[in-house]
Write a protein that binds this ligand. Structure first.
Ligand SMILES: NC(=O)c1ccc[n+]([C@@H]2O[C@H](COP(=O)([O-])OP(=O)(O)OC[C@H]3O[C@@H](n4cnc5c(N)ncnc54)[C@H](OP(=O)(O)O)[C@@H]3O)[C@@H](O)[C@H]2O)c1
Length: 281
């Protein structure tokens, strides 16, 4: 998405493109249902949609985004760890573009690192896609600070984004600081910890104090830190409420109360037995 195209606040990527701070996550919404969910989100004012070849739903998203001006949307997809050889990255991107019915992605991410395939080779392919205009920004997902450091060193294009699990039960403050120091936007995957943080005592009490839902408090905490967040929902009222996090703010003391929640729980892990995540066993 080009600059100045949205009313949702954005982060500016190294390319100058604007990435909306709230996007619509689509993991686990199947191809037949995802069109309606994305339509509800776009009608509610979302301009940012997050998908992946691994979600097997891109073909359902294509018709919904075709109803909007493509330049008004920020579209992210991801390449599976099994497809990180040079030619496979190019082919995976082409296939995602075909399914989504678009000529370019705003952001293309390496979905998970794959230690069996050269990162330099993968990022060379990403640079090629960037050069040809098929991918406007390049990023990674589920990379540690150490992996990010190497990615930055071998990439010919800026690593614009790292999408990682980030919520009040997994506040990755060090990784966020590293991203901020290096002009990388951190995107919160599973920002609501798949609902598990919504019953947290601190979140529930802050929600009551602000007369907001626990989900809104969590999403506001993320955007207030400059973290892009991509909640997933198939409930229209939730889809709309999750975007309503910009005309109010958390007091810094309440941000600190959430920062101080003493839990460290990952809710998703790469499943090496699941071939859709593709690292050969
Ligand atoms: N890069 C990666 O490896 C990776 C990994 C995980 C996720 N992601 C991305 O991040 C997105 C979000 O993560 P996620 O789908 O795992 O989980 P999530 O967004 O943390 O949680 C989704 C769950 O929260 C519920 N929910 C949403 N809004 C709510 C609200 N306002 N009040 C109460 N419940 C609410 C949804 O139910 P309802 O449908 O009933 O609202 C759903 O059960 C994914 O869809 C995907 O795009 C990326």
């Amino acid at each position: 998405m080009r600059s100045g195209m949205t009313s949702t606040p954005t982060r500016t990527l190294p390319s100058g493109d604007e990435m909306p701070l709230v996007g619509f996550g689509t993991w686990d919404i199947d191809e037949s249902a995802v069109g309606d969910a994305v339509r509800t989100a776009l009608d509610a004012g979302y301009t940012h949609v997050d998908t992946a070849e691994g979600y097997k739903n891109e073909a359902g998203i294509g018709p919904a985004i075709a109803e909007h001006d493509r330049e008004d949307l920020f579209l992210t997809s991801k390449v599976l760890p099994s497809n990180l050889h040079y030619e496979s990255v190019l082919e995976a991107c082409e296939a995602s573009l075909d399914r989504l019915g678009t000529s370019y992605l705003d952001l293309f991410l390496i979905h998970w690192p794959n230690p069996t395939i050269s990162l330099r080779e993968t990022l060379d392919a990403m640079a090629r896609l960037h050069e040809t205009g098929k991918v406007r920004n390049v990023g990674v997902s589920n990379f540690t600070r150490y992996q990010l450091m190497f990615a930055r060193r071998v990439s010919d294009v800026p690593i614009a984004v790292n999408q990682v699990e980030f919520h009040p039960w997994l506040y990755q403050a060090d990784l966020l600081a590293y991203c901020e120091e290096n002009d990388i936007v951190l995107t919160a995957a599973a920002p609501l910890a798949r609902t598990r943080v919504l019953d947290d005592d601190t979140i529930a009490s802050i929600a009551a104090e602000y007369d907001r839902s626990p989900a809104q408090v969590v999403l506001r905490w993320q955007v207030q830190k400059g973290v892009v967040t991509i909640p997933k929902s198939t409930t229209p009222a939730h889809i709309r409420a999750n975007l309503d996090v910009f005309d109010w703010e958390l007091d810094p003391a309440d941000v600190e109360r959430i920062d101080a929640i003493e839990r460290s729980e990952r809710i998703y892990m790469i499943d090496l037995a699941d071939e859709t995540y593709g690292i050969p066993r």
